[in-house]
Design a protein around this ligand. Structure first.
Ligand code: TXA
Ligand code: MG
Length: 322
């Protein structure tokens, strides 16, 4: 089936209140018509996500912003010009008629214009807002291929729109623009440096004051294997002590040790941090496929996309402990 036929089918399903899995450049999402509260509720049921956790509304272009926010600020205009379409979500005060199902009852709404060509064509044809969280069960690893979504939801979804592997691989950066001082709620595909140079002010990281941002919960993004983090230079020592405990271990790293015990499965990551972000979630899923008890992952430098990779790995490791 051609992509345009599939997009027409996805639009028809969305218009009639169904949930469709959609590709974006960051991760795959579970999409529903953001103006249809019943359709949005289906997302929560599928994901097993608490109803007070807000969703991001995906749009085709900045001309649609006024339908969703009463407040198209100077800052969002600046960020829009630089980073949209792309992996950036902004939090703004919501327009009055945005369904509370979408915002989790909050006074603000998350908005993003994705760059994935299939998502763009879908949004253009749909001509409205598509609410979409990442297409994984609550608390689990986000999907970066259509196959990952299929493994997670299979027949529960009427359609998974296949757009190939995601090019960014970690979720969008979330910037809160709803109060005077902008702040990053979740590091992601657009870096802090990029935001600061676009806005000309400091944009600090800020932990949200409530638990309504699941992607910012301490424990999230977790595979079944226990996630253990280490510096590249500590790999040999850590592997030795894990082997003493007779655990089936996956080593997820861009460096393959010269000597590797046969009981360790090596799952390679690219040498560059963009590649590490792109392939991280698939690597965590691979550790589960191999039925590993533990996944030892080497941490990148915090510069650029490294901040997002470290953020997700830290939460995945926290889930393993809880
Ligand atoms: O890259 C992405 O952002 C992906 C793709 C599908 O677009 N979506 C995604 O959605 O990661 P989700 O639901 O898994 O994570 C969205 C995060 C959540 O932590 C949510 O709480 C937060 O955005 N969020 C949404 N609306 C918000 C709001 N009004 N205030 C604060 N946080 C909000
Ligand atoms: Mg998520």
């Amino acid at each position: 089936m051609s992509t345009s036929v599939q997009i027409a089918q996805a639009v028809a399903l969305l218009k009639s209140g169904n949930v469709v899995a959609i590709p974006t450049e960051t991760v795959y999402g579970l999409g529903a018509d953001a103006s249809n509260p019943d359709a949005v509720r289906k997302i929560f049921a599928l994901k097993g996500r608490p109803a007070d956790h807000p969703l991001i509304v995906h749009l085709h272009d900045a001309g649609q912003l006024t339908r969703w926010t009463a407040d198209v600020t100077k800052q969002v205009i600046k960020l829009s010009a630089k980073f949209w379409p792309g992996p950036l979500t902004v939090i703004l005060r919501r327009a009055k008629d945005v369904p509370l199902e979408v915002t989790g009852g909050l006074d603000t709404v998350g908005l993003r214009i994705p760059s994935h060509p299939v998502a763009r064509e879908l949004l253009y044809e749909f001509d409205g807002g598509i609410a979409a969280p990442s297409a994984n069960r609550f608390g689990r690893v986000s999907p970066t291929t259509a196959q990952h979504v299929h493994e997670e939801f299979g027949a529960e979804l009427p359609m998974i729109l296949d757009g190939g592997p995601c090019s960014v691989g970690v979720e969008s950066t979330i910037v809160d623009l709803s109060s005077d001082a902008p702040a990053i709620l979740r590091p992601g595909g657009i870096t802090r440096d990029q935001l600061e140079s676009a806005l000309g002010v400091a944009v600090p990281f800020r932990a949200p004051g409530n638990v309504r941002a699941p992607g910012t919960l301490e424990a999230h993004y977790a595979p079944r294997a226990q996630v253990l983090l280490c510096a590249p230079e500590d790999v040999s020592n850590r592997l030795a002590s894990l082997q003493q405990r007779k655990l089936a271990v996956a080593l997820i790293s861009w460096q393959k040790p010269a000597l590797l015990n046969a009981s360790v499965s090596y799952i390679p990551l690219p040498a560059d941090v963009e590649g590490q972000a792109r392939e991280l979630y698939a690597a965590l899923r691979r550790a589960d496929e191999l039925r590993c008890d533990a996944a030892l992952v080497t941490l990148p430098d915090a510069a650029g996309l490294g901040a997002a990779v470290i953020d997700r790995l830290t939460r995945a490791a926290a889930s393993s402990r809880s």
